[in-house]
Design a protein around this ligand. Structure first.
Ligand SMILES: *[C@@H]1O[C@H](CO)[C@@H](O)[C@H](O)[C@H]1NC(C)=O
Ligand SMILES: *[C@@H]1O[C@H](CO)[C@@H](O)[C@H](O)[C@H]1NC(C)=O
Ligand SMILES: *[C@@H]1O[C@H](CO)[C@@H](O)[C@H](O)[C@H]1NC(C)=O
Ligand SMILES: *[C@@H]1O[C@H](CO)[C@@H](O)[C@H](O)[C@H]1NC(C)=O
Ligand SMILES: *[C@@H]1O[C@H](CO)[C@@H](O)[C@H](O)[C@H]1NC(C)=O
Length: 432
């Protein structure tokens, strides 16, 4: 008894030392938290399909973004046309619509909030015409509603809209953001003097950490130098691509590019395929449903980018789907991915990912402009073909089938996406 007790203490010590090594960013340590996905139920190829070898290798130790961040950002709808009135009214709308309660708590100001020049003390200054009360007052307003305020700067000498950037001003700017009560920093990549992102992004992390305030660090370096391979030690999220725009072509291109890095996402650090365009008018209802479904499944930050003061009922119905949000916010934090492409022109796509409690999320996505029947075969999902599952439709909010084995199919409209939760009914019920 005593002997085995000592052994466990030693094991615990080894485990906590390893955790410290990871926390210091010194070494990649595969923490395979997917060990519940075993036979019976799941197939031998499960771990190859979802490539879990790198899951959890990095975790930024600021304690934030244990699930992907959710909220709103001003850029996609307002671009430079922002003001404290827009930000306050948006905060009000997030609360009054109920979106805040569903998790959309970050109210993020993008570019154009500051004056074109720093003040005589070298400080960033909120534009007195559009933000006359200043950022501190805005942070107070937003905090009173139980929300968080995000701000924007750039790891270069100017922002993209040619306001002062924070390169070489990291310490002072971070202090200023913290003193205003800022909770989130989006850090862009314009006017970067050709210096590598690996050299420009860590100083801001250090500066944010030194403030002692928890500030979510959202790296926006457009996927330059494959950030998934290194940014987990530096940011809570990192953009994997150029900017999104409100078109089907842009959204699908970005989804495919972001998919490549799925293995590197995990609690504390997420691949960022850019903010949502849902509700901005450039795509159909079906296309926006696909956009929202796939972003949720990919564990992307869910940052609404429309005018939430004036959403249509359709837009609200999409972004407020609690079952789809729950997929995004699942505690396991494994990024789902494209697991099968079939049909003429690769129209029929199956995207899937593991969720906590041995469940799977499965999306059937029609990438073409005619309705098709799409099949998800157990082989492609990493299930044994005999495994029996129950299936819930996350858009219809209905349990649609029990005891299904081998495969299931659905007719999917042009550019539309269905989303399902699969719960295996056999096998051990390990809690993970
Ligand atoms: C700063 O970093 C240390 C260790 O690297 C960490 O323990 C601490 O929580 C961080 N603080 C903030 C505010 O991010
Ligand atoms: C800018 O915002 C104001 C107030 O929110 C609005 O009235 C105006 O139409 C907007 N201008 C543009 C060019 O979008
Ligand atoms: C939108 O993105 C697509 C795909 O990346 C690109 O081809 C197109 O030029 C962009 N459109 C605009 C208006 O920026
Ligand atoms: C609200 O949105 C509709 C389109 O959905 C648009 O026609 C209208 O101008 C918008 N109203 C405001 C105040 O922006
Ligand atoms: C992809 O799905 C199609 C249709 O179900 C199937 O014929 C094909 O074998 C699958 N491919 C893989 C690699 O699972």
């Amino acid at each position: 008894m005593a002997r085995s007790g000592t052994l466990s203490v030693h094991l615990l010590l080894v485990i906590s030392l390893s955790a410290i090594v990871v926390a210091a960013g010194g070494r990649a340590l595969p923490l395979n938290l997917l060990r519940g996905f075993e036979r019976p139920g799941f197939s031998r190829s499960f771990h190859r399909i979802y490539d879990t070898s790198k899951y959890g290798i990095f975790q930024l130790n600021n304690g934030l973004a244990q699930t992907p961040q959710m909220g709103w950002n001003s850029w996609n709808f307002f671009a430079c046309n922002i003001s404290e009135t827009v930000i306050k009214e948006t905060a009000d709308a997030l609360v009054s619509t109920g979106l805040a309660k569903l998790g959309y708590v970050h109210v993020n100001i993008d570019d154009c909030w500051s004056t074109p020049k720093r003040n005589a003390k070298g400080e960033l200054v909120a534009d007195p015409k559009t933000f006359p009360s200043g950022i501190k007052a805005l942070a107070d307003y937003v905090h009173k509603q139980g929300l968080k305020l995000g701000i924007y700067s750039d790891a270069g000498i100017y922002t993209c809209q040619v306001r002062p950037g924070s390169l070489y001003h990291e310490e002072n700017d971070a202090k200023q953001f913290a003193s205003w009560g800022v909770d989130y920093l989006k850090y862009d990549n314009c006017y970067n003097l050709g210096i590598k992102p690996k050299d420009r992004y860590p100083p801001m992390l250090k500066a944010l950490n030194a403030t002692g305030r928890q500030i979510l660090y959202s790296m926006c370096e457009w996927g330059v130098d494959d950030p998934a391979l290194w940014a987990g030690k530096i940011g809570n999220s990192w953009r994997t691509t150029d900017d999104i725009n409100d078109t089907w072509a842009s959204m699908t291109t970005i989804a495919d590019l972001n998919d490549k890095w799925a293995a590197y996402a995990g609690p504390g650090g997420w691949n960022d395929p850019d903010m949502l365009e849902v509700g901005n008018g450039g795509m159909t209802y079906q296309e926006y449903r696909a956009h929202f479904s796939i972003w949720a499944l990919m564990k992307a930050p869910l940052l609404v980018g429309c005018d939430v003061r004036n959403m249509t009922a359709e837009t609200y119905q999409l972004v407020s789907n609690e079952e789809v949000i729950a997929v995004n916010q699942d505690s396991l934090g494994v990024q789902g991915r494209k697991v099968n492409v079939s049909g003429t022109g690769g129209c029929s796509q199956v995207w899937a990912g593991p969720l906590s409690r041995r469940r799977l999320v499965v999306a059937l996505w029609n990438r073409c402009s005619k309705a098709v029947s799409i099949t998800a075969a157990w082989e492609a999902l990493g299930l044994d073909s005999s495994t029996s599952v129950s299936i819930r439709d996350l858009w219809q909010h209905k349990d649609v089938a029990e005891d299904v084995a081998s495969s299931f199919s659905a007719q999917v409209d042009a550019h539309d996406c269905h989303m399902y939760m699969l719960t295996p009914q056999t096998g051990s019920r390990a809690e993970i």
